[in-house]
Design a protein around this ligand. Structure first.
Ligand code: SDX
Length: 427
């Protein structure tokens, strides 16, 4: 194993630290004993150069713009598998071996998709117009009081039950949060419908369960809509140690109920710098309003004195085009051709923003490209998903990743309670 030498030029002391090998990407220097050995902390606010854990779940090549889940390229998974297959890959290491296994897993999730009636009272307690992310994180936290069994993450059966249960219930919870926020009656899951179709059904149907008349005036759910939303969920399924995943790991490291850790992750994802960006992108495209205004907004994004940032652009890891944004941009155009009409006005503005930004020195020298949030909102709008559900949709997609990351953290023998140090500047 190689080493890195550190010389403290103030004391002329020299310290050697081991280099940790990895299967892909940059290696790491093991600084876990830095303070004990050299009496000094490493300082890395935002952890831009710090690995807080070892992981085998997803890999991001920021330079190439590549994303793998368990070694499979995300583009291949989106093209060949359903989201529920990808959930199985993430929570128990392998894709379904055949159609039969795929259907069995999807059916198990349908049976687990119903909610404890007590939760329904919780949703009704929230005021109309409450943001679904607030209701959702509260609802998931309450799940920890309803399901106090199956929380021994050291027990594989307990873990599988915990993970399948919340992956199954989260679409129902999102649908209930939405229906409550618009004062509409709750629609229970229909186990005749597949995982993704059921979600759209619970959003749109009327109490008699028919789809003739729906809240957003939409017709029956089409297979194209189901396929589109399925791909969007897969594209969000996991993404290394982002802010919300790190939050889930940190909270899980204190030994808390897994659902309490996931509830914390939902709050972290809500932020506009993170998963909340998809909702903000749509608001921003509407604020830009016309392609002739794009230059003005690009100038604002570059102006250090203006807090305005181009939502859906930039990424801590990707210094190239986010592969998920590429898939979404193509999906947008493909769906439009197949009859799911995109908002051409917004789409035109988005493409103009991308074109101007990618040829502008400020964005080029900072490697700022569209990320997963830049095009997702245009597609979700075409699927008649209300804007306030964009980030909850991200939660549904990311749920299998959070479950896998949480387990990995707990089972890692090196994992300890997360407790960073500080550079003290006070009195
Ligand atoms: C997600 O981490 C993940 O993996 C997250 C995610 C996942 O799947 O979990 O991929 C999902 O959160 C995607 C990101 C969604 N957020 C946005 O689209 C919000 C807009 N983007 C930015 O706020 C920003 O790019 C971040 C938060 C995404 C990344 O921030 P960093 O890595 O801390 O970058 P930075 O703020 O240090 O920016 C570096 C430079 C700065 O300029 P200088 O100080 O060097 O002059 O780039 C500038 C920034 O001002 N910059 C932007 C910008 N993003 C960065 N300038 C204008 N518009 C932007 N969007």
């Amino acid at each position: 194993m190689g080493t890195i030498s550190l010389i403290n030029n103030e004391t002329n002391e020299k310290f050697d630290f081991n280099i940790i090998n990895c299967t892909r990407g940059p290696k790491a220097v093991d600084f876990s004993k830095l303070f004990e050995t050299a009496g000094i902390f490493s300082y890395d606010p935002g952890y831009g150069s710090t690995a807080g854990c070892e992981s085998t779940i997803s890999y991001i090549d920021g330079k190439k713009g590549e994303l793998l889940y368990k070694g499979h390229k995300v583009e291949e998974l989106v093209a060949k598998y359903k989201f529920t297959d990808v959930c199985k890959l993430l929570i128990n290491e392998e894709l379904p071996k055949d159609e039969k296994e795929s259907k069995e897993f999807d059916l198990e999730l349908r049976h687990r998709s119903f909610l404890h009636e007590g939760l329904i009272n919780l949703f009704s307690a929230f005021p109309d117009g409450a943001h679904p992310m607030a209701t959702l994180s509260s609802g998931v936290s309450v799940l920890s009081t309803l399901y106090f069994d199956h929380k021994d993450m050291e027990d594989e059966d307990d873990y599988q039950t915990m993970a399948r249960r919340i992956i199954a219930k989260i679409p129902t919870m999102v649908a209930f949060c939405y229906r409550n926020s618009v004062g509409a009656p709750f629609i229970y899951p229909d186990i005749q419908r597949s995982y993704v179709e059921n979600f759209l059904y619970m959003l749109r149907a009327y109490p008699h369960g028919k789809l003739k008349q729906t809240i957003k005036g939409t017709e029956e759910i089409t297979s194209l809509e189901i396929e589109a939303l399925d791909k969007i969920f897969t594209l969000h399924a996991d993404h290394g140690q982002n802010a919300s995943t790190t939050t889930v790991r940190n909270v899980a490291s204190t030994g808390v109920h897994p659902y309490a850790a996931i509830a914390a992750g939902i709050s972290a994802l809500w932020g506009p710098a993170h998963g909340g960006a998809n909702e903000k992108v749509l608001k921003q495209l509407n604020e830009i309003g016309d392609v002739k205004n794009v230059d003005k907004f690009i100038d604002r994004a570059k102006d250090k004195n203006d807090p305005f940032r181009l939502m859906g652009f930039g990424h801590r890891v990707y210094k190239n085009y986010d592969p998920r944004a590429k898939v979404l941009k193509n999906l947008k155009d493909e769906l439009d051709k197949k009859g799911i009409r995109m908002d051409h006005h917004l789409s035109e503005i988005a493409q103009k923003v991308e074109e101007v930004a990618l040829s502008d020195e400020y964005f080029i020298e900072r490697n700022l490209y569209p990320n997963v949030d830049f095009y997702s909102g245009i597609i979700l709008t075409a699927l008649k998903i209300p804007t306030q559900l964009f980030t909850p949709i991200f939660v549904i997609g990311r749920m299998p990743g959070w479950c896998a990351q949480l387990l990995e953290h707990i089972k890692n023998p090196h994992a300890r309670i997360t407790r960073p140090r500080q550079v003290y500047l006070g009195k």
